[in-house]
Design a protein around this ligand. Structure first.
Ligand code: HEM
Length: 546
């Protein structure tokens, strides 16, 4: 071909592409086929559907793009694309989706979980980082151990109640770390109140109330208009949540004033010398943000569970439980199913403690390669996701949040171009964390050995289960430390086994399935939990919890 005809051919291709673009609009990432008017509405999963996700990944590669009613959702399937978009292009990909009912009307948009990625978010995030970084998190070890010891003592009395005891242990742990309240106060005042808050709000919510999320403009309707109960429900919920977040915060301010505040997330921030030297004293707005950031750590979990109950109430899917608690249940389940791996963990624990009474501490972790590998494999084997705020009734956000096993959604701040694809502003972006956990050989198999060689290529699940980039979970070191201490102390003193016979209403461990919910937890199952020996029983009984 002459150079002229080559030249003409190139021009023809460019012109054809431009014409195609003008007719078809910008090129978006691959999608399932769209239906007239409703686009991909029917493809948006209403439960966590790992088969569908695997299918999309196979069909579309790194990205799947869904649209309905002018809104778009982008699912990210590979570590590379997640790194590129959520990490390297963090400024564009670090906002959160907006919700009218949960965010605006309940007032949860005051928690950092809901903040967009702006100066206000960055300021509060910096402070959070200062008191929850790897080094600072270690100072909560004694508090964490107290919560664990109390749980182990209760398990001597009522081992069948392991599920509720686990939930209580995490709630106490987060409360004591956040506000420095002691365990007894946590139990008697706040945990009970949190439960009451949830129960009352759940029963107050009427089906259909949250249509305001589908048609946000409805929020401007005056209160006297029929069917606008969302205003009243919003007021009611906002007051409850507000009280719940304010009371323990006021407690810390009071104890600081009289010089009796033990270390806690709130006390540490309020007395942080570096921040105070820079800012003088915190502004009123900043104090509010600190209060709500603390609320995000604990009340966030409560509100989260609450909103999940609401969505369930409305016939959407899900049963929600807090992430660390779900991980503890998975550990019970896996230990009952894998006695060989449990034995190996116990051998390592005994070799560290000399088989004696001293309990394992965080200082032992570097010398416990098997425990480290086991906990990584637990995290990989069934990915759980944290205190995200699933919003409300039948909106694109709800549907996107239903992808939660795959991560907590983000929202794009502006239009972006990636690999020639246009990703519009306000697209909801969901990292498919589950896909990352499946990239090992035989992913269904529980095999701690795959993480024993820490220099090998198996990607540590801690690089993805806690999220990504600038919004990565701020509580991850608290969670990692707690789960290490809890698992080692549990296995040091107890054996976890399959029950001798079936228990009415509970699954046997081998039959246990997982909820297809936003936080995917094992269905209720039975376990036999017994002290490893009389000496172990006596040691647990003799624990002193301050
Ligand atoms: C096994 C335990 C946990 C897991 C798997 C987990 C996972 C996650 C994930 C995936 C995110 C979203 C990050 C993103 O958008 O990329 C997140 C956010 C968050 N987590 Fe966790 N988390 C856990 C425990 C905790 C704990 C114990 C706390 C509190 C002490 C906590 C507090 C938060 C908060 C406040 C956010 C919102 C951060 C933001 O939006 O900037 N998490 N977590």
């Amino acid at each position: 071909m002459s150079s002229l005809s080559t030249y003409l051919a190139v021009i023809a291709v460019i012109v054809a592409t431009l014409l195609w673009r003008v007719r078809n609009g910008p090129l978006h990432p691959p999608s399932p086929p769209r239906r007239w008017l409703i686009g991909n509405l029917l493809e948006m999963p209403r439960t966590t559907d790992t088969k569908k996700l695997a299918f999309w990944k196979e069909q579309h590669g790194a990205l799947t793009y869904l649209t309905a009613f002018g809104r778009s959702v982008l699912v990210l399937h590979t570590a590379e694309v997640i790194k590129e978009l959520l990490d390297k292009r963090a400024k564009t990909y670090s906002h959160r989706p907006h919700t009218v009912m949960a965010g605006e009307l309940y007032g949860l948009d005051k928690t950092i979980v809901f903040f967009d990625y702006n100066d206000r978010y960055r300021a509060i995030r910096r402070l959070t980082q200062q008191v929850l970084n790897p080094e600072a998190s270690k100072k909560y070890q004694a508090l964490q151990l107290d919560c664990i010891k109390l749980m182990l003592q209760r398990m001597l009395e009522d081992p069948d109640d392991f599920k509720e005891q686990s939930r209580l242990a995490v709630s106490r742990m987060i409360l004591t770390i956040t506000y420095g309240v002691d365990i007894k106060t946590a139990d008697s005042e706040y945990i009970a109140e949190a439960q009451l808050t949830m129960d009352t709000m759940t029963s107050a919510a009427m089906p259909g109330a949250f249509v305001v999320d589908l048609i946000p403009i409805l929020k401007h309707l005056p209160r006297w208009v029929p069917f606008t109960t969302f205003h009243q429900i919003g007021d009611f919920g906002r007051d409850l949540i507000n009280r719940f977040v304010t009371r323990p915060f006021d407690h810390v301010e009071r104890t600081l004033a009289n010089g009796q505040a033990p270390p806690s997330f709130v006390a540490d921030i309020l007395t942080d010398e570096e921040a105070l030297a820079k800012n003088g004293r915190y502004s009123e707005n900043m104090m509010q943000d600190i209060k709500w950031a603390a609320g995000s750590l604990f009340a966030g979990a409560i509100c989260f569970a609450f909103v999940i109950e609401i969505t369930e109430f409305h016939g959407l899917q899900s049963a929600g439980v807090e992430t660390s608690f779900t991980t503890m249940l998975i550990i019970f389940l896996l230990m009952a199913l894998h006695p060989h791996e449990q034995k190996k963990a116990q051998q390592e624990i005994d070799s560290i403690t000399g088989g004696g009474q001293r309990t394992v501490s965080l200082e032992d972790r570097p010398n416990m390669p098997y425990m480290r590998a086991l906990l990584k494999e637990v995290a990989r084997w069934h990915v759980v996701v944290p205190m995200s705020m699933p919003p409300v009734f039948w909106s694109i956000e709800v549907l996107a949040y239903n992808l939660l096993l795959e991560g907590v959604p983000r929202r794009t701040a502006e239009t972006d171009i990636y690999n020639g694809y246009t990703i519009p502003a306000d697209t909801i972006v969901v990292p498919n964390i589950w896909a990352l956990s499946q990239t090992v050989d035989d992913p269904q198999k529980f095999d701690p050995e795959r993480f024993l060689d820490e220099d090998n290529a198996t990607q540590s699940p801690y690089e993805y289960i806690f999220g990504f980039g600038r919004r990565v979970c701020p509580g991850r070191y608290i969670a990692e430390n707690f789960l290490f201490l809890w698992t080692t102390n549990l296995l040091q003193f107890f054996n976890v086994q399959q029950p001798d016979r079936p228990v009415a209403g509970l699954k046997m461990p081998a039959e246990t399935t997982f909820t297809t919910a936003m936080v995917s937890a094992p269905e209720a199952f039975a376990c036999k939990i017994t002290p490893r020996s009389e000496v172990h029983r006596e040691t647990v009984s003799s624990f002193r919890v301050e």
